[in-house]
Design a protein around this ligand. Structure first.
Ligand SMILES: Nc1ncnc2c1ncn2[C@@H]1O[C@H](COP(=O)(O)OP(=O)(O)OP(=O)(O)O)[C@@H](O)[C@H]1O
Ligand SMILES: [Mg+2]
Length: 352
C-alpha cells in the first residue's frame, strides 16, 4: 500500500481517487500543484465542485461507477478561477476491491503540453537548418585535413632535429583533434539498422558504460510492461549515452542520477497521436541548467562545461528525431529531467 502511494505521489500526472459519493479521497502532489490546492483542504470535497465541471460529468461519473466502465474525455476546460482556465484530458477508471465500495481513479493530463510540443517542433526545424549548415562546414574542413596531416608526417621524416619534430607533432596532434570533432559533428556515418530491441537492454548498456567512466551508481526504475520497439541499437545507445553522461557530469561524484522508463498510452508527439509511447526519464539532482542557457542547449556548440564541445545534445536530439521521438527538458536547481519520448513503431498514429 505504501509503495503504491509513493508511486502516486511521484507521478508527474495528476491522479485523484474518488469515493463512491464522488468525493475526493486522495489527490497526488502533482494534482495539488496543478489545481493550486492542498490535499487536506480538498479531502471529502465533491469532485465536480473541485474541478468546476458541469452537470453532464455527474452522469458520466455515476455511469462509470455503477457500470464499471472507464472513459476518457479530451480537452475538457476547467475554469478554476476567472483568470485560470485549464485544458485537460480527463480519464476515469473505476476499480473495486473485495470488501470495499467502488472507487474511481481520476487522471488529468494537462494539455499545455501541446503548446510545448509545437514549440519543440519549431525548435527541431530550426535545429535541422543549423545542422545542415554545420554538416556542410564539417565536410569542408574534413577534406583538407587529411592532406594537412599527411604532409606534416612526410615533413617529419625529413627532419633530423628533435626540436623541429615537436612542431610537426603539434600539427599532427591538432589535425587529429579537429578530425575527431568534425567526425562527431557529422554524426553517425553508418546507415541505420532497424531491429527489434528492448529499451532496457539499451539503457543497461548505457549504464554500464557511464558507470565504468564515472565513480557513480546510476539508479534504474524500469517499467517491465514496455514492449520491444523497432529502432537502431547503436543510435539509441549514443543518444541516451549523451544525455546520461551529461547528468553524471552535472552532479559530480556525490550526486544522484536515475533512469526511469514508463509506458504512455494515447500520447501525442508533435501532431501525431500514438497508441503507445515509451517515456525515458534521466533525472539528476545536480545544479540545473542556467536559465539563460536552457532554451539553447539542443543547438550545436552550446556548452556550459569546460572542455565540452556542445554537440552531445544536438546529436541526441537528431538521433531521437530519426526515431520519430523527441526530447524535452525541464530543469531547476537540484532537479534536472530529460524526458525522451519514443513511439512504438507499428502502433501507428490515430487521429486525436
Ligand atoms: N543534466 C544536466 N545538468 C546541467 N546542465 C546540463 C545537463 N545536461 C546538459 N547540460 C548543459 O547543457 C550543455 C550542452 O550539453 P551537450 O551535451 O550538448 O554538450 P557538452 O556536454 O557541453 O559537450 P559534449 O559535446 O562533450 O557532450 C552542457 O554543457 C551543460 O552546460
Ligand atoms: Mg554532453
Amino acid at each position: 500500500m505504501t509503495l503504491h502511494k509513493r508511486i502516486l505521489d511521484n507521478l508527474s500526472h495528476t491522479v485523484l481517487v474518488l469515493d463512491q459519493h464522488l468525493a475526493v479521497n486522495y489527490i497526488n502532489p502533482s494534482g495539488e500543484i496543478l489545481l493550486g490546492v492542498s490535499a487536506r483542504q480538498v479531502h471529502g470535497q465533491p469532485v465536480l465542485e473541485l474541478l468546476h465541471l458541469d452537470g453532464r460529468f455527474n452522469d458520466s461519473f455515476i455511469k462509470a461507477r455503477d457500470g464499471g466502465h472507464p472513459f476518457t474525455e479530451r480537452e475538457v476546460e476547467m475554469t478554476l478561477r476567472p483568470d485560470m482556465v485549464l485544458t485537460v484530458d480527463l480519464s476515469i477508471t473505476p476499480f473495486s476491491e473485495p470488501t470495499r465500495d467502488m472507487t474511481l481513479l481520476l487522471e488529468l493530463q494537462h494539455l499545455d503540453r501541446h503548446l510545448r510540443i509545437t514549440r519543440e517542433e519549431h525548435l527541431l526545424a530550426q535545429q535541422s537548418a543549423t545542422r545542415a549548415l554545420i554538416r556542410g562546414l564539417a565536410h569542408e574542413v574534413k577534406n583538407p585535413l587529411g592532406g594537412l596531416r599527411g604532409a606534416a608526417q612526410l615533413l617529419e621524416r625529413q627532419l633530423d632535429a628533435a626540436e623541429l619534430r615537436e612542431y610537426t607533432q603539434v600539427i599532427i596532434g591538432e589535425a587529429d583533434r579537429l578530425q575527431a570533432l568534425v567526425d562527431r559533428m557529422l554524426g553517425p556515418a553508418k546507415l541505420p539498422q532497424h531491429v527489434e530491441l528492448n529499451i532496457h537492454e539499451v539503457l543497461e548498456r548505457v549504464r554500464q558504460l557511464v558507470e565504468a567512466e564515472a565513480d557513480l551508481a546510476i539508479d534504474a526504475d524500469y517499467d517491465p510492461s514496455i514492449p520491444d520497439l523497432i529502432g537502431d541499437h547503436d543510435q539509441l545507445i549514443q543518444a541516451l549515452l549523451n544525455i546520461v553522461r551529461n547528468a553524471v557530469q552535472a552532479v559530480g561524484n556525490d550526486g544522484h542520477v536515475a533512469v526511469r522508463t514508463r509506458c504512455h498510452r494515447q500520447f501525442t508527439i508533435g501532431q501525431q497521436r500514438y497508441r503507445l509511447v515509451i517515456g525515458i526519464e534521466v533525472i539528476d539532482d545536480g545544479p540545473g541548467i542556467p536559465a539563460e542557457m536552457v532554451e539553447n542547449i539542443f543547438y550545436p556548440m552550446v556548452t556550459g562545461r569546460e572542455g565540452g564541445t556542445g554537440l552531445g545534445l544536438s546529436i541526441a536530439q537528431e538521433l531521437i528525431h530519426r526515431h520519430r521521438g523527441l526530447i524535452e527538458c525541464s530543469s531547476r536547481s537540484g532537479q534536472t529531467v530529460f524526458r525522451i519520448l519514443l513511439p512504438l513503431q507499428g502502433a501507428m498514429h490515430e487521429s486525436a
